[in-house]
Ligand binder design. Structure first.
Ligand SMILES: Nc1nc2c(c(=O)[nH]1)N[C@H]1C(S)=C(S)[C@@H](COP(=O)(O)O)O[C@H]1N2
Ligand SMILES: [Mo]
Length: 156
């Protein structure tokens, strides 16, 4: 094995859907945004209580950079937007835009670039939802962030 073959290429992930600037990014691209740290504990249904330290930008900042296609002047217009986050193994979750928007839930959800001081470049970023008691939304190896603004009440 040559010395370089042990170095995995950086994983890439997409930011797509109802955004003005869709992108295919690497973890290194996230480091251009302001980075936050979070120390989290969560309970896994199968492996018990886990503790991790994460670093990365706010998910809000990542998606705001992509430019969700709502009317920024109308707060109500943001309420129909969802964010689908998917890992390379198909594990996924959906958040609402309002959950992370500073005008609404303002949850400090991160898209981590490091876990426990280990860079996530070869694996892809990890979703970090510090307020969650359960670990299931801490999706590792994120391959896709999809913004979807089609959610309106039936009949509206
Ligand atoms: N991609 C991916 N991320 C995932 C999961 C998964 O199955 N796939 N399981 C989740 C669950 S249920 C838990 S409890 C945590 C466990 O994280 P840890 O083993 O790194 O502590 O990862 C979460 N992230
Ligand atoms: Mo879990």
């Amino acid at each position: 094995m040559s010395p370089t073959s042990a170095i995995a290429p950086p994983a890439r992930f997409t930011v797509s859907g109802d955004v003005l600037r869709p992108a295919c990014l690497a973890v290194a691209d996230l480091c251009a945004l302001p980075l936050r740290r979070a120390q989290v504990s969560f309970e896994c249904a199968t492996s018990g209580v886990r503790h991790h330290r994460f670093e990365g930008p706010l998910l809000y900042d990542v998606l705001h950079t992509a430019g969700p296609s709502f009317d920024p002047a109308r707060r109500k217009d943001r309420l129909r937007f969802l964010i689908a986050v998917t890992g390379g193994d198909g594990h996924h979750t959906v958040l609402s835009w309002a959950e992370i928007d500073p005008d609404f839930g303002n949850a400090p959800v991160l898209l981590a670039t490091r876990i426990d001081d280990t860079p996530l470049d070869p694996h892809g970023p990890q979703l970090v939802v510090p307020q969650d008691r359960c670990g299931a939304r801490h999706i590792s190896g994120v391959t896709s962030l999809r913004v979807d603004g089609r959610y309106v009440s039936p009949g509206s």
